[in-house]
Design a protein around this ligand. Structure first.
Ligand SMILES: [Zn+2]
Length: 156
């Protein structure tokens, strides 16, 4: 049986009408990318250039195929826009034990139409328990959240 990835937006808050359109366009695009054969091949054949091994950094003991299967289970998103206008280079944030993805509205308005799908993919990886260094280390690019992020970006 072929699994079909589906984003389910279970709640959203503080999006105006125009922002909601971008939100729903973004989850549609994310669904298309996650269901593509290209995405599947890129995850399953992923090779980390640092280690030259067919695995992600900080993979929690899962191989590429297991990670692919975790990713395409589908996603339930609770989404919130934060209208605080600080531009500290951070796109948004999440809290442990709270499944809501908070995104700064200044970023969303500027980049959301292009990059919200990648942001959601990155946060989905965190929800699945994958993490990365906070600092921009060399390894960080090859962790599950950042690698999936760049694969989704490339397929966008
Ligand atoms: Zn992250």
């Amino acid at each position: 049986m072929v699994k079909v990835f589906k984003s389910n937006v279970i709640e959203h808050e503080y999006f105006n009408e125009a922002q909601l359109e971008i939100l729903f366009r973004s989850v549609d695009r994310l669904d298309k990318i996650m269901n593509s054969l290209k995405f599947k091949n890129q995850i399953i054949n992923y090779c980390c250039p640092l280690t030259d091994k067919n695995e992600f950094i900080e993979n929690n003991g899962f191989d590429n195929k297991e990670i692919y299967n975790m990713l395409i289970q589908g996603a339930e998103f609770s989404l919130s826009l934060d209208h605080d206008n600080k531009q500290n280079g951070v796109i948004g944030f999440t809290y442990p034990g709270n499944s809501t993805i908070y995104t700064y509205s200044w970023w969303f308005d500027k980049y959301g139409d292009q990059r919200y799908p990648t942001h959601l993919a990155h946060e989905l990886c965190h929800k699945l328990g994958f993490d990365h260094d906070f600092a921009r280390t060399q390894e960080r690019k090859f962790t599950v959240p950042y690698a999936v992020h760049s694969i989704v970006e490339q397929l966008s």
